[in-house]
Design a protein around this ligand. Structure first.
Ligand code: ZZB
Length: 258
């Protein structure tokens, strides 16, 4: 699976993160949360960045001046792929649990909302991507369901309501809608992030319709087909040093028949 890993630079740590990282990261370095995405063309619509609250993350040295917050598993893959200056074994500066990252302010490249918050999402898998997920509720049904839930129960999730209420701006026009994810969530009567089966269906529909029938509504490739714009946006992000290519082996499914 070939992902685009985005670099969301930390602007301000949440108090718990600041406390737990104190003295562990050199002064003057940039620290980034690095979500892995298959939809670089949707980055204009980022409204927050999800971490799994109970997942373990590390702060890994990518170069002398840049550190990445990702899972240990992703760091090992990256070290192996030559993404880090030191090839081989990743160098970890600190450990941090997802819940301590919540509330951290990061800079989201290309987004209409240049600064977004780190928010919790229980369904983030430790075994996929980097364990960090950037949220685009206009085009990802999972993300729309989650931000809706967070805005409904901010106290339960230990966040401020306004962190989950950034405006959802249309990014891609398709024959059915310019806000495909909210449209599908409504159409399939998805009530919460727990409706996993319908969310899976909505995701598949959104991928297909977005990719084959979508037209960019915003950005440098406005008016172009998503199919055509996707690699161009990706290349632009990489050229600007705001993203990098990250691939991971397909998860092996253990066959019953051996
Ligand atoms: C931004 C984005 C915008 C995404 C969109 C999707 C969509 P998939 O689809 O299952 O193969 N993701 C990445 N890592 C994780 C993780 N560890 N746990 C849970 N979700 C994760 O996985 C790829 C997508 O799943 C990624 O692309 C990421 O969300 C999320 F408009 O990034 B995406 C219709 C989907 N639209």
């Amino acid at each position: 699976q070939e992902y685009t890993a985005l670099k969301l630079k930390v602007v301000e740590w949440a108090p718990k993160a600041a406390e737990s990282l104190k003295g562990k990261i050199p002064d003057g370095v940039s620290v980034y949360l690095c979500p892995a995405t298959l939809r670089p063309e949707t980055m204009y619509g980022q409204v927050c960045c999800f971490v799994g609250p109970s997942l373990s993350y590390g702060v890994f040295m990518a170069s002398e001046k840049e550190y990445f917050v990702i899972t240990e598993r992703a760091a090992r893959n990256m070290a192996y792929q030559g993404i880090f200056e030191n090839e081989g074994v990743p160098e970890k500066a600190a450990d941090i649990v997802g819940s301590d990252l919540i509330g951290t302010v990061v800079h989201a490249p290309l987004s209409f909302h240049p600064q977004v918050r780190v928010l919790p999402m229980e369904s983030v898998l430790a075994t996929k991507g980097t364990g960090v997920v950037t949220s685009v509720p206009s085009d990802s049904p999972d993300d729309f369901a989650m931000v809706t839930e967070l805005a409904k129960k901010p106290d339960f999730y230990g966040i401020k309501k306004e962190w989950a209420e950034l405006e959802i701006i249309p990014i891609i026009q398709t024959p059915t809608s310019d806000l495909l994810a909210p449209h599908l969530v409504k159409k399939l009567k998805i009530a919460s992030p727990k409706d996993a089966k319908q969310l899976q269906e909505a995701k598949e529909l959104a991928y297909k319709e977005g990719f084959y029938q979508g037209i960019m509504k915003v950005g440098d490739f406005k008016g172009e087909k998503v199919e055509v714009a996707k690699p161009k946006v990706r290349e632009q992000l990489i050229q600007n040093g705001e993203a990098f290519a990250y691939s991971e082996p397909e998860n092996k499914v253990v066959s019953r028949s051996g």
